[in-house]
Design a protein around this ligand. Structure first.
Ligand code: ADP
Ligand code: MG
Length: 362
């Protein structure tokens, strides 16, 4: 993708606070209409990157383009972006309607245009009945809807969200998540969304940029990141419970095998990213890609003893030991075994992720 057809293009961006470099030569291209999620642990630089795009921080080096225009030194108000923060930052003394119209009134937008945009935002966000209320009389979810509405009425090209749902309780969070997805389907404009929540990232994103220590580790579709993580950090950050990791060795005797204690997993079906060599390695497989007592259908099976069983409602998590290492299997509740029971686990090594000693995908 070149600058001309990228909606947002971040090029070689560096940012330091004093002597601390938070972002270093970072590149990110977001396509027109794309929903991109910046995902990573707290402190990895997600908000910093978003604030650079918004123009709220002066960058140390690099360039930022929005809709093909170099906006590196433009004021936030001139960048064609709307931003929604974790804290709603509504004016408490103003009604919802006044909160929505404030920016437009300041910009001198004609009254009938303001009314039209508010009516549209109110309809999209279903806040029509709340327009004459003040923020104190709204629930957290309603306040965040108004905050989104404030970005919506500005009719911008690009929406920037910084953890907009993290102040809400779990139920509201999942409701509003669906609404944001619906909003994107309806408006089809570019959205860049910061979160540390992997579920939000998986459910919302066209592409996820997984960040760590100010560096984008992988930028790809959720399914690719889930199925082919480029390193152990990305593999461990997505999925709940996380991917199983077994420490062991790669050996080649008439074909590649992963060996850990008694365990010897043939890797004939594994799609190596690069030429492997014998030595220490980590074998990763997700709990949902392992079967339990399911007969002879698996290319690889092994015996194990069940340690702990955790019913989750629709699924059950089974914790056991494999080659003396912790291992989790997710099964439907009807198939759940008892603690202490001897079981057969099975999987297809094709679904696995192998990593070298440095944690990079093999
Ligand atoms: P995230 O949003 O991923 O949680 P941030 O972008 O807020 O992370 O912060 C990235 C790093 O930059 C953190 O180590 C944080 O302490 C540091 N940082 C953020 N803002 C400032 C600031 N104004 N001055 C100094 N350091 C900062
Ligand atoms: Mg942040």
């Amino acid at each position: 993708m070149n600058v001309a057809n990228a909606s947002v293009s971040v090029q070689d961006l560096s940012l330091s606070f004093g002597s601390v470099t938070v972002l270093k030569s970072l590149n990110l291209d977001v396509a027109e209409g794309e929903f991109v999620v910046l995902l990573g642990p707290s402190g990895c630089g997600k908000s910093t990157l978003l604030n650079c795009i918004a123009g709220l921080l002066d960058i140390s080096d690099g360039r930022i383009f929005i809709k093909g225009k170099n906006v590196t030194w433009e004021e936030p108000a001139d960048r064609g972006i709307g931003m929604v923060f974790q804290s709603y930052a509504l004016y408490p003394q103003m009604t919802v309607e006044k909160n929505l119209s404030f920016g437009l009134r300041v910009a001198g937008t004609p009254k009938d245009e303001i009314d039209k945009r508010i009516a549209r935002a109110a309809e999209i966000l279903q806040i029509g009945p709340l327009l004459q209320r003040k923020p104190a009389a709204l629930s957290g979810g309603q306040r965040q809807r108004v905050a989104i509405g404030r970005a919506l009425v500005r009719d911008v090209d690009v929406f920037l969200f910084d953890e907009p749902l993290s102040n809400l309780d779990a139920k509201l969070r999942s409701e509003l998540r669906v609404e944001i997805k619906r909003l994107h389907q309806k408006l089809a404009n570019t959205m860049i969304y910061v979160t540390h929540d992997q579920i939000e990232a998986m459910t919302l994103a066209d592409r996820i940029a997984v960040m760590r220590g100010g560096v984008i580790q992988q930028f790809d579709a959720p399914q690719v990141i889930y199925n082919r993580p480029v390193n152990r950090f990305v593999a461990g950050f997505l999925g709940s419970p996380g991917m199983n990791f077994l420490d062991g060795r790669l050996e080649n005797d008439g074909g590649w095998h992963f060996v850990a204690g008694e365990l010897k997993v043939p890797l004939a079906s594994y799609d190596f990213e690069r030429e492997p060599s014998p030595g220490a390695s980590v074998f990763g497989i997700r709990p949902e890609h392992v079967g339990l007592n399911s007969g002879s259908g698996w290319p690889f099976t092994a015996q194990a003893t069940v340690d702990v069983v955790e019913p989750m409602g629709s699924d059950t998590l089974v914790w056991l030991k494999l080659a003396d290492q912790n291992f989790t299997v997710r099964v439907t509740s009807e198939r759940a075994p008892q603690s202490g029971e001897s079981v057969e686990i099975g999987f297809d090594p094709m679904r696995a992720s192998l990593f070298d000693e440095q944690g990079n995908r093999l």
